[in-house]
Design a binder for this molecule. Structure first.
Ligand code: ADP
Ligand code: MG
Length: 695
């Protein structure tokens, strides 16, 4: 039951939230129901009302609190009706105050002769310093003894009511520590109770700057707690996954796997062998795999997927591979068919463009189980697609898919047998490496395998930055390469605003190139081309019947034509860092020395300059990802994964990397030695956030 104090501020009740007063409903809008919610509703900033500054000492551009006597107060009409006042302090210095809209009560408060305390931002106005719309109260009262907290609030809920409610909660809530002393002393953490009290009521001697920067030990404790809760909940999610059932796909000695190995035209790298084994071990278990396979562009992830699929098939299950573009899916289909069909595996193809009888046949084959491997695009997750026994789902370029799409594919493999639900194993593949701090936080429930070496004989792609004005030279070098029997991609400028314009640009670029290089066979591929034409163009490029392929970003991910050794990107300044890295990754896939020419139009913006420099300086995907994180923040990496969930409220992945590592250590200590504490900690920090557990 909630009571109301005389001034109308809600007093949070210890029991269940009542339907409540207006104030309570507003508090509820902020997610504040019980004392435990209020205590971690921490200030977003502080105001210093502990001091009165002499008017002579105020600095324009800062916030100050001064006191003085009103010596003038009048309503003036400049462009509109305004209230002007002038106050003078005991030293005789004056400060102008101005309101563009005001109430009669304010006019009364500012009657000549009144002593007022005002607080606001100082600006330099016409006749010296002034404050516009300052906060005014009666002068001469005792000063605050602590910094005044300012909380995030909602319409119609004043700071005063919110403060009052929080103070009441502070008196009632359980502030006991959820961390054992051992952990606190190991990481130099102050007690929770003390941290909470300091943050809501900083003593006068606390440094305002430390609080603002969130460097104060009190903030450190809170950030640690938050990160620890995140680690604990991820560990809980992982444990929950381990308690689910999957079909063990354990037939590792099967002839199919041996056949695949001996039919390969190359030897697997040590890194490929290692990740194939890691995946194989996961597949053999009776709880679902949830693994990310990371490997830079060109590191050879597709064959790893083939081994995983083969193991599933050898164990009597179906496997499905989903790719984000039809060009890539088609390429996978032809590669995997070439590898597996001769070994007796039935591979089916399913994409949006597949229609009529062919589509029906693919779907029927998936449903009957006749198709052992189904390769396709998002078409795989349509409602009508049914599998007979899908034991493994593989997502290539997984960062291109949303959480929902991944789950949908997974569901195709969910099976209930008796009272037991079976979940398929899941392999996600990506060339976009996850920076370390992210890997330790939001992705911590994923197992990660990394291919950290390229197949032998590759030399790094040579990157050249060339101004657009030197186009004739670029054209000449393309012609020279083609004469040597090499092939090139020419990526036309990105036009994000309009698909129609993008199409036009692609067609124009093709025409210009054809005119400039009459002896060269030039092809064109773009997103609007019908699927069968896209396929035909890619096939001709693969067969060497096209020398130069003019393309939009449809070729950005996955496309693999090892004979192509030259990549030209026009208006490279318009592309993002990750995108440029992916595009560059289309060459350097064979043993041939490859070149990537990034053409740009000067003048470059600062950020474009940084991006092009990064591309020039490194070919290392991890380094590129790190710089991308620096430039754009984690949203890009998390985007689809977290789907709008609130990330971290207090800690920051960019600046608190060390705390992340400590919280991770502490989480495993708590789980091993202090399970009760771990439980209490999750209870405190993850209240109402059960969604967090279901990632
Ligand atoms: P990505 O990791 O970018 O998906 P792919 O799987 O497309 O890379 O492989 C890139 C190219 O390298 C392909 O042509 C593939 O056949 C080839 N390849 C893969 N593994 C090896 C290897 N161990 N030795 C030589 N070539 C390989
Ligand atoms: Mg690939």
């Amino acid at each position: 039951m909630a009571r109301k104090s005389a001034k109308g501020a809600a007093v949070p009740s210890a029991g269940k939230a009542s339907t409540g007063s207006l104030v309570e409903r507003r508090l509820a809008r902020l997610g504040l129901h019980q004392p435990a919610d209020f205590i971690v509703h921490l200030p977003i900033r502080y105001e210093d009302e502990t001091r009165i500054v002499p008017i002579a000492a105020v600095v324009p551009g800062t916030t100050a609190q001064v006191e003085g006597e009103v010596i003038r107060s009048e309503v003036e009409f400049r462009s509109r009706r305004q209230l002007h006042a002038l106050i003078q302090d005991e030293n005789g210095d004056q400060l102008a105050l101005r309101w563009l809209h005001f109430y009669p009560s304010q006019q009364k408060q500012l009657a000549v002769g009144n002593c007022v305390r005002v607080r606001g931002e100082v600006r330099s106005g016409f006749g010296g310093s002034e404050m516009v719309h300052p906060k005014v109260s009666v002068g001469g009262r005792p000063l605050a003894s602590a910094l005044t907290p300012v909380y995030s609030t909602t319409d119609g809920l004043s700071q005063a009511s919110l403060r009052k409610a929080i103070d009441t909660a502070l008196g009632r809530a359980d502030l006991s520590d959820t961390l054992p002393d051992e952990v606190c002393s190991q990481y130099g953490l102050i007690p929770f109770r003390q941290a909470i009290r300091v943050l809501h009521h900083p003593p006068a001697d606390v440094s305002c700057a430390d609080l603002a920067e969130r460097e104060h030990p009190a903030w450190r404790r809170i950030k640690f707690d938050e990160l620890l809760a995140q680690q604990l909940s991820l560990a809980a999610a992982r444990a929950a996954r381990r308690s689910q059932q999957a079909r063990p796909l354990a037939n590792v000695g099967h002839a199919l796997l041996q056949g695949l190995r001996s039919s390969l035209p190359f030897t697997l790298t040590a890194a490929q062998e290692r990740v194939i084994n890691e995946i194989s071990a996961d597949l053999s278990r009776s709880f679902p795999m949830h693994r990310l396979l990371q490997g830079d562009v060109g590191s050879g992830k597709t064959i790893v997927a083939a081994f995983a699929a083969a193991q599933a098939i050898a164990s009597g299950s179906q496997a499905a591979i989903m790719a984000p573009t039809e060009i890539l899916a088609e390429q996978h289909f032809s590669k995997l068919s070439a590898w597996l069909q001769p070994l007796g595996v039935n591979v089916a193809w399913l994409a949006g463009s597949l229609a009529g009888k062919a589509r029906k046949a693919s779907m029927a084959a998936a449903e009957s189980g006749e198709a052992q491997l189904v390769v396709g695009t998002q078409a795989l997750i349509q409602d009508k697609v049914v599998f007979s026994s899908l034991g493994l789902v593989i997502l290539d370029e997984q960062h291109r898919f949303g959480v929902g799409q991944r789950l949908q594919l997974n569901r195709k493999g969910e099976e209930n047998i008796g009272r037991q639900a079976y979940i398929p194993h899941q392999l996600n593949m990506s060339a976009t490496p996850i920076p370390r701090t992210l890997a330790m936080t939001f992705f911590a429930d994923l197992d990660v395998s990394a291919i950290d070496e390229l197949p032998p004989g590759r030399s790094p792609v040579l990157t050249k930055l060339i101004a657009d004005s030197r186009r004739p030279e670029v054209l000449a070098s393309v012609a020279a390469e083609v004469r040597l029997g090499r092939q090139a991609y020419w990526v036309c400028p990105l036009v994000e605003e309009s698909e129609a314009l993008q199409l036009q640009t692609a067609v124009d670029t093709h025409a210009r190139l054809a005119a400039a290089l009459p002896d060269v066979r030039i092809g064109l591929i773009h997103g609007k081309l019908p699927a069968n034409e896209k396929q035909a163009v890619m096939q001709r490029f693969r067969d060497g019947d096209i020398d130069v392929l003019v393309a939009t970003t449809v070729i950005e991910v996955g496309v693999d034509v090892p004979n192509a050794s030259l990549m030209i990107v026009e208006h490279a300044e318009r592309f993002g860092l990750a995108q440029l890295h992916q595009l560059r990754g289309r060459v350097g896939r064979g043993t041939r020395e490859s070149v990537c020419v990034l053409m740009y139009l000067a003048p470059l913006s600062m950020i474009a300059r940084q991006r092009l420099r990064a591309m020039y300086e490194t070919t290392d995907g991890f380094e590129i990802a790190r710089r991308d994180l620096e430039q754009r923040g984690p949203g890009e990496f998390l985007g689809v994964r977290q789907s709008g969930q609130e990330l971290l409220r207090f800690a920051s992945l960019e600046t608190d990397a060390q705390l992340v590592a400590q919280a991770r250590e502490a989480a495993s200590m708590l789980r091993d030695h202090y399970p009760k504490h771990a439980q209490a900690h999750l209870q405190r920090w993850m209240r109402g956030r059960q969604d967090f557990l279901r990632s």
